[in-house]
Design a protein around this ligand. Structure first.
Ligand SMILES: C[S@@+](CC[C@H](N)C(=O)[O-])C[C@H]1O[C@@H](n2cnc3c(N)ncnc32)[C@H](O)[C@@H]1O
Length: 302
């Protein structure tokens, strides 16, 4: 008997095998299945697709059927029993190279993440980043030659993914607070731990604090505080964990991702508030963005 509010055995099974659907989508993306289907206006048989992507025909047929089952591909059977496959509207929009709304790059990054996540039990046992053993790079994900910057191609993919998250969130971020009083703003780049920071009215730290440990965060926040003009503000954009750390689900998954690949973590609003207060900031205001956003926004004053 299912207990109200509790997971069913079906739910447990779906969680158990969740990686399988993810791997089907990742494989179809990495073999450019959806881009080839995109170019065939009236759909394509699995044999023709197999030829285009230089893969084994029966295996391609089975991959396509699994994609149909998931809802990534539509199938149509003609009077002779020949099946042709085409992208669903969502696949066209989000998983093809040519769509302005595409998040295919993010899907392709899951190849490395899959290897890294495969070492989660090791990360939990000793609390350490798993990138060296999983993908053979160092643990500073932003260092040249390491992590997401292991090659120019990976760096470009990472930037595209950051851009994708920003594109979705920025209309909400810019409306979270009235910023019209600020004349000069700086979205931090360069080397923010070492370089002198410009004197501005508004600093923006977006998806930056969650990358670092407390020692580095305190260094960065104290430098930002010193560089801010009196009365100026810091806009801190991070998705905040709920007080009990029981959601939002995407942020909990990000937090495990941070454990596996960085020295950072996700935090609650109160944890961000404490970090800001201990570095001199006052008048801390929080704006929660809609759940689908990858950020909430905190404004803190000097
Ligand atoms: C998670 S990304 C967020 C990017 C962007 N702010 C956004 O919201 O999409 C973290 C950014 O911090 C930058 N970064 C890492 N270490 C840095 C450093 N020492 N100095 C300046 N930027 C750094 C990375 O290059 C990367 O662009």
């Amino acid at each position: 008997m299912p207990i109200e509010g509790s997971l069913t055995i079906k739910d447990i099974y779906q969680i158990m095998v969740g990686y399988q659907q993810s791997q089907i989508m990742y494989t179809a993306c990495s073999l450019n299945v959806f881009d080839v289907l995109h170019k065939a206006n009236d759909g394509m048989t699995s044999d023709v697709l197999a030829n285009r992507i230089r893969s084994e025909p029966e295996a391609v047929d089975r991959l396509l059927n699994a994609c149909v089952g998931i809802g990534l591909v539509d199938v149509h059977m003609d009077a002779n029993g020949i099946a042709t496959y085409s992208n669903t509207t969502a696949t066209e929009m989000f998983l093809t190279n040519s769509s302005a709304m595409s998040i295919k790059t993010l899907c392709l990054m899951q190849g490395d993440f899959y290897k890294i996540w495969g070492r989660l039990s090791m990360a939990v046992k000793d609390g350490s980043c798993q990138m060296p053993l999983a993908i053979g790079t160092g643990c500073d994900m932003f260092e040249k030659g390491s992590g997401f910057h292991a090659s120019e191609e990976k760096q470009y993919s990472f930037m595209q993914c950051m851009h994708m998250f920003s594109r979705m969130d920025s209309p909400h971020v810019v409306e979270a607070f009235d910023l019209s009083e600020f004349d000069t703003a700086c979205d931090l780049g360069g080397n923010f731990f070492q370089d002198p920071l410009p004197r501005v009215d508004l600093f923006v730290l977006s998806h930056v604090i969650h990358d670092w440990n407390e020692e580095k965060i305190n260094l960065l926040l104290s430098n930002v505080y010193k560089a801010l003009r009196p009365g100026g503000a810091l806009l801190l954009c991070e998705k905040m964990l709920q007080p009990l750390k029981d959601g939002p689900m995407n942020t909990l998954l990000f937090d495990i991702g941070m454990l596996l690949s960085s020295e950072g973590k996700e935090r609650t609003t109160d944890e961000y508030r404490t970090l800001l207060l201990q570095n001199g900031f006052t008048d801390i205001q929080v704006k929660q963005l809609p759940e689908m956003c990858f950020r909430d926004v905190i404004m803190a004053r000097k």
